[in-house]
Design a protein around this ligand. Structure first.
Ligand SMILES: *Cc1c(COP(=O)(O)O)cnc(C)c1O
Length: 367
């Protein structure tokens, strides 16, 4: 089976992890600090706080943003459930805004109509690694005094108008799950320029406990254990050195998909804006005749191609249906999902495999 995503681990990564295992420090320590410095530098942000997962990073970002009971937060239904699950966890209400039909990102032109007196934040998700229209979103946020927290779990290494994702908004969240651009096993990060957010993120990551002036540990806030290990951080430091190679490999494979499939009239290929540099986390095609999506997906699976689906509109998940979202409809998100198939894309994928996948797609439509 050709998997739809896969980590890339080399000898340098193994050595980095082994060195930590041979040292005295396995939990959060010097490697975590070093990884945070490297991440902040890479993204062009003042601070980075690494955590145990992208999900815990979202949770902490929402907490320090002050999101709570009664607040509304505008976001996209075309995302992984964690984006909005963590909103529910802090008591805030996700308000789903439909997506653009070209990039499948939140449709910035539909955000303003959803703003109420209760709205506190906008959470754009850079779907598949292509940045949302951040200038427009920032302008709306400024006009209505809202926070912008980016769920950039797909988009480490991506740029918007030449500006790195991670440097644009109040806070930006990344994930280092093995399927993402770089990995620490499990892990995540929040990037911010705001010192107050930074101090509170550090505090909440570790039980809300800090040393007071007498050097005594005191608990001043209700916190968590969302720490990353030095083992994971060492892997992250080593992986981050290779990120630009990972992404350019993804770009090469995308070109190959495009060249192979651009003349196929049965499918729609992903669209990339000139002003964006995508991290190409996912390569999603749409089947024009959506009634053939499931047959194409089964045919590819039968031929060893590990396709996947991203994302069923979050509000249509059973939990959301049972908790207040029965009447929610985002028409473009729904018709997008009815037609979308994610093809394999990762740094270990070969030219031969991409050619094979494209041949199978062509032979399906020629049948
Ligand atoms: C992966 C992902 C997350 C969650 O990250 P984990 O590290 O798996 O907890 C959140 N949002 C999006 C959009 C993701 O793709």
């Amino acid at each position: 089976m050709i998997s739809y995503g896969h980590q890339f681990i080399d000898e340098d990564d193994l050595r980095a992890v082994l060195n930590v295992l041979r040292s005295n420090w396995l939990t959060q320590g010097p490697k975590v600090e070093e990884f945070e410095k490297d991440l902040a530098k890479y993204c062009g942000s003042r601070y980075a706080v690494v955590t145990s997962s992208g999900t815990s990073a979202l949770h902490l970002a929402y907490l320090v943003a002050g999101l709570k009971n009664g607040n509304e937060v505008i976001t996209t239904p075309n995302t992984f459930v964690a984006t909005t699950n963590m909103l529910l966890t802090v008591g805030a209400k996700p308000v789903f805004c439909d997506i653009r039909s070209d990039t499948y990102n939140i449709d910035e032109s539909k955000i303003e109509a959803l703003i109420t007196d209760q709205t506190k934040a906008i959470i754009p998700v850079h779907f598949a690694g292509q940045p949302c229209e951040m200038d427009e979103i920032a302008a709306i946020a400024k006009k209505h005094n809202l926070l912008v927290i980016e769920d950039a779990c797909h988009a480490l290494g991506a740029s918007y108008h030449g500006r790195k994702i991670g440097s644009l908004s109040d806070m930006t969240v990344f994930s280092f799950h093995p399927i993402k651009t770089i990995t620490t096993g499990e892990g995540g990060a929040i990037l911010t320029d705001n010192e107050n957010y930074y101090q509170r993120l550090i505090l909440l990551r570790s039980h809300g406990v800090n040393k007071n002036e007498q050097g005594k540990n005191v608990m001043t806030e209700l916190g968590y254990n969302y720490r990353l290990t030095d083992i994971g951080a060492a892997l992250g430091i080593s992986q981050l050195k290779k990120i630009d190679n990972f992404i350019s490999k993804r770009h090469k494979l995308v070109k190959l998909y495009e060249n192979n499939l651009k003349d196929n009239l049965e499918i729609i290929l992903p669209h990339e804006f000139e002003h964006n540099y995508s991290s190409w986390h996912l390569y999603v095609i749409r089947v024009k005749d959506a009634s053939r999506k499931n047959n194409l997906a089964s045919y590819l699976k039968e031929n060893g191609v590990g396709i996947n689906f991203h994302y069923q509109p979050v509000y249509s998940q059973p939990y959301y249906q049972d908790n207040g979202y029965k009447d929610t409809v985002c028409q473009i998100s729904e018709s997008y999902f009815e037609a979308a198939i994610t093809l394999p894309l990762h740094p270990l994928l070969t030219v031969e495999e991409v050619n094979f996948i494209c041949d199978k797609i062509k032979s399906f439509f020629n049948k």
